[in-house]
Design a protein around this ligand. Structure first.
Ligand code: BEZ
Length: 400
């Protein structure tokens, strides 16, 4: 042992001895000290930079708000956060998730937004058994062929939110459509689902247009849509990319000639920035403005008070991720290692969400209503229920 290491050890021993003497002076002995449970370590792996930054922040805000509503404790345990910006970069996903689990020793991993990054988290969750609650990413495999007892979603599957859109478009007289999106897992899965629903309703896709994530150079593709002259356009964009797409579509003079549709990520959390370009757009999603649920009213009031901003679908999903964690932790009195009981409690729960109550499918995805909404001012106003209690088909999931 070096001299400095030896003196550090001596200091530690003296400190411990002093502590013991102080304890003895109070008449207490170590075995009678009531131990506080260790804090539960929550890894928040979300995008805080780039086109999905606002989504990551909304999820984080609402997750923390739920915990604050519960006095800072879930299942009797205080929470400690380890926060990682995943940058919506799939190449860094496995390393980031593995570091949270193996180095930072998080008890639960809440993440993420981007489907490609999610696949890295799913790999680590399956290998380590850590509880993963997905507060957005719709990657089908997470609750499909790679489903697992320790993986839950508080949001949606990529199939789920856009499947009802095709029928709604055909009902409005649109028989042909162009499709445009980013070429990555979420865009591709949403396209497959939209196609399935649109064709089943009698529609035909006449043009497929793609650009790499998170590219926002839309001009050449908008020219192609104009030339193809479909009855309507359907798309998936979200966050900063959705803001630019809606504005560019309008500026190109297409909005009045070829109506634009999408799942609601196109206009959620984006309306202030999109302004008049978004007015009147119809979208489908599992959340809307103007739902009359008491839970929604309470949630919106508290969110506005806490963050001086209106909540969006991403905030709802963050809030519900915390609600699901709470359900599990309460059932095991904070002992998240009692994983069987923790999992069973969430599986059996009905979550009182701002979006409306939902249950959890056998594959661990919400079974939920999908709403048709229309943009009016700065609201995605509820129009109707496009699909009641829609469950993801969970193709390939052995638990389903
Ligand atoms: C996804 O990558 O799964 C995704 C990202 C933003 C909004 C919706 C889905």
């Amino acid at each position: 042992m070096t001299q400095s290491a030896a003196s550090a050890t001596r200091r530690r021993l003296l400190k411990a001895a002093a502590g013991g003497a102080a304890l003895a002076a109070t008449g207490l002995h170590a075995p009678y000290v009531i131990a506080q449970p260790a804090k539960l370590k929550v890894g928040l792996m979300l995008p805080y930079t780039g086109t999905f930054a606002a989504l990551g922040n909304a999820i984080t805000n609402a997750f923390r708000m739920y915990v604050a509503e519960k006095g800072g404790k879930l299942g009797g345990r205080e929470l400690d956060y380890v926060v990682v910006d995943d940058e919506s970069d799939p190449a860094k996903a496995v390393d980031n998730a593995a570091r949270l689990v193996n180095r930072d020793r998080v008890d639960v991993l809440v993440g993420t937004v981007h489907s490609g990054v999610q696949m890295g988290i799913v790999k680590v969750a399956r290998e380590t058994g850590v509880i993963n609650i997905i507060p957005n990413a719709g990657a089908g495999a997470a609750t499909g062929e790679l489903c697992a007892p320790n993986i839950f979603r508080s949001s949606f599957s990529n199939w789920q939110t856009i499947h009802p859109l095709g029928k709604a478009m055909v009902e409005r007289g649109h028989k042909t459509a162009a499709w445009i999106s980013w070429k990555y897992a979420a865009g591709e899965e949403m396209f497959a689902s939209f196609k399935e629903g649109f064709e089943k309703a009698g529609g035909k896709i006449v043009r497929e247009l793609w650009l790499p994530f998170p590219n926002v150079e839309f001009q050449a593709l908008l020219t192609e849509i104009a030339a193809a002259k479909p009855d309507a356009t359907a798309c998936f964009f979200a966050g900063g990319g959705a803001v630019k797409f809606v504005k560019d579509y309008d500026a190109a003079g297409l909005k009045t000639r070829i109506p634009l549709y999408g799942n609601g990520f196109l206009t959620d959390g984006t309306l202030q920035a999109q302004g008049s370009s978004a007015q009147g757009l119809l979208t489908t999603l599992h959340y809307a403005d103007g739902l009359e649920f008491p839970k929604d009213k309470e949630f919106r009031l508290n969110y506005a008070k806490t963050y001086k901003a209106q909540p969006d679908v991403y905030a709802v999903q963050g809030y519900d991720a915390a609600q699901m964690l709470d359900v599990g932790l309460r059932a095991v009195k904070g002992d998240i290692k009692a994983q069987k009981e923790f999992v069973a409690a969430i599986e059996q729960a009905t979550i009182d969400s701002p979006r409306g109550r939902f249950t959890i499918s056998k594959a661990h995805n919400p079974v939920q209503d999908i709403y048709l909404r229309q943009v009016v001012g700065e609201a995605n106003r509820f129009v109707s229920i496009a699909w009641k209690a829609l469950a993801d088909p969970a193709r390939g999931c052995r638990m389903a």
